[in-house]
Structures are given as C-alpha cells and as structure tokens.
Design a protein around this ligand. Structure first.
Ligand SMILES: NC(=O)c1ccc[n+]([C@@H]2O[C@H](COP(=O)([O-])OP(=O)(O)OC[C@H]3O[C@@H](n4cnc5c(N)ncnc54)[C@H](O)[C@@H]3O)[C@@H](O)[C@H]2O)c1
Length: 264
C-alpha cells in the first residue's frame, strides 16, 4: 500500500513519539511530505525527522506548542514555506492524567483543555484558513479517544476534552463541507505509548493497583477482546486511510479503533 499520500503535505502535531510518530513515519512511507512537531524536547522531533529521512522520506520538524496561537501559525507557515502548500492537518497532540474530580484543581482542568481542546481548535482553524487561501479542499483529522464516546472514572477531565473534540469535529465538518474540506476524528483504545506512564500515576491508586509499573495499562489491555493492546501503528493505519483519497466521502465521523474494547 505505497504512495497513497504521494506528494501530500501533511502536518502531524505531537509527533515526537507515540501515535504521532507512527503517523508521521507511515505518512512519509506513503509518499507524503511531513511536518513533524512536538513541544519538547527538541531532540524527539528531530529524531523523527531523521528517521524519516534515513528511510528515504521527506520531513521537516518544528518545536511548537499547539496551545499557543502564534506557535500554531508557525507550524502551518513551516509547511507552506518548505513545501508550498498544505493538504492535511493531523491534530494529534494531547496529554492525559488520571485524578478523582474532588482532587482536580482548576489549574489541572484548564491545562488539559488548553492542549486537548484549544490545541485542536487552533490547529484546525489555521489549517482551514490555509485551505481557503489556497482555494483547495483539505483534510483535518483530530485526536479523540474511546473516552470521547464513554466516560471513564478517574479520567473525567480527559473524557470531557475528548467529548469536546468530537462535538467540535462534527460542527466544523458541517461548516466547511462546502469548501471540500473534510473533518474527522480517530478514537483509539488502549495504545502502548508513554502516555500511559502519565495516566498510571493517578489511575493505579484509583484502581487499587501498584503504581509505577504501568499496572493500569496492563489491566485495561487485558480487557481488549482482540487479546492485545493497540500498537501506535494500528492507529496510524486508520489515520492514513482517513488522510487518503479513499476517505473523500467521509466527514464528521469519530471513528473508534480499539480492538473491540469499546463498541458504542
Ligand atoms: N495512548 C493511548 O492509549 C491513547 C488512547 C486514545 C487517544 N489517545 C490520544 O492520541 C494522541 C496521542 O497520544 P500518545 O499516546 O501518542 O501520547 P504521547 O504522550 O506518547 O505523545 C504525545 C506527543 O504530543 C506532544 N505534545 C504534548 N503537548 C503538546 C503541545 N502542547 N504542543 C505540541 N505537542 C505536544 C508530546 O511532545 C508528544 O510528542 C493524544 O491526543 C491522546 O489523547 C491516546
């Protein structure tokens, strides 16, 4: 399945590791020109750029914070200055942690919303503005989660951000369909990434498990009907499909890819 994204210019936010990295690598292998982004440290972003180039692909990287408007403008400007235009925005950057609501501070709440929701709003807004400027269509693909369909105890703030992404994705899809811009979201399940190190700190005590051993990840992974945790490459396969012309007639969807762990 080579060249499905041949010469497409694609931004993948939060692609220094995890799902974003897998998407960036897969998109480049499918012929795309990739803008790799992460917030810190710089070396993660540059390492993914190098990995793609070493494999014969095309990539540039930019350190930028998706919660900051000027930074998001710079990410889009980087795509245009390097490759001339933009075709696809993968708004992937996100954070997660687990805490009971009674222990969640206003600062916690606002911080997670600033990345998981404001970051998506800004990424999508500046992608749409670029598509309109080019007078082309375009594709936007947002990071949601199974937690966008089903709330999880201990993940109230995270679940709230992902439900917000799903609603925003639907509304924006309706708004920009007339410009041939599609907007979809992907909803992974239990993906084996470093994000679970962050979740486990709060989730292990909530579940009565030993903290620091990714016990909560193992517990949730053990509930997956297909019998294994999700790999970032599994998620990247769906995202690559949504970014390809095979998905031209799909918009406003929040597609679950979770090995059966959520079937809502
Ligand atoms: N891992 C899972 O089980 C899972 C499940 C469902 C949804 N998701 C979602 O998928 C997306 C990627 O998750 P992951 O597991 O790969 O996470 P991860 O923590 O492994 O990687 C996240 C990446 O985002 C970057 N990032 C964080 N804040 C940023 C910011 N403000 N600006 C720019 N980049 C930023 C980090 O530098 C990192 O490169 C997230 O939106 C997450 O909520 C993950």
């Amino acid at each position: 399945m080579k060249d499905r994204l041949k010469d497409k210019v694609i931004i993948v936010t939060g692609s220094g590791r995890g799902i974003g990295r897998a998407v960036a690598v897969r998109a480049a292998a499918e012929g795309a020109k990739v803008v790799v982004n992460s917030v810190s440290p710089q070396k993660t972003c540059e390492a993914v750029e190098k990995e793609i180039k070493d494999a014969g692909g095309q990539a540039v990287s930019i350190l930028a914070d998706v919660s900051k408007e000027e930074d998001v403008k710079k990410i889009v400007a980087k795509a245009v200055s390097e490759y001339g235009h933009l075709d696809i925005m993968i708004a992937n950057a996100g954070i997660a942690w687990a805490k009971p609501v009674v222990d969640t501070t206003l600062k916690d709440w606002e911080h997670i919303f600033s990345i998981n929701v404001r970051g998506i709003f800004l990424s999508d807004k500046y992608a749409v503005l670029q598509f309109l400027k080019q007078k082309t269509g375009g594709k936007i693909i947002n990071a949601a989660s199974i937690a966008a369909h089903d709330g999880f105890a201990g993940l109230s703030a995270y679940s709230a951000t992902k439900f917000a992404v799903r609603g925003f994705t639907q509304a924006l899809a309706k708004e920009v369909a007339k410009y041939n811009i599609t907007v979809n979201a992907y909803c992974p399940g239990i993906v084996d990434t470093n994000m679970w190190d962050d979740i486990d700190i709060g989730m292990a005590p909530i579940l009565g498990l030993e903290e620091g051993k990714r016990a909560s990840f193992e517990m949730f992974a053990g509930t997956v009907p297909l019998g294994r945790a999700e790999k970032p490459e599994d998620t990247a396969a769906l995202i690559t499909f949504l970014a390809s012309s095979d998905a031209d007639y799909i918009t406003g969807e929040a597609m679950i890819i979770a090995g059966g762990v959520s079937m809502v």
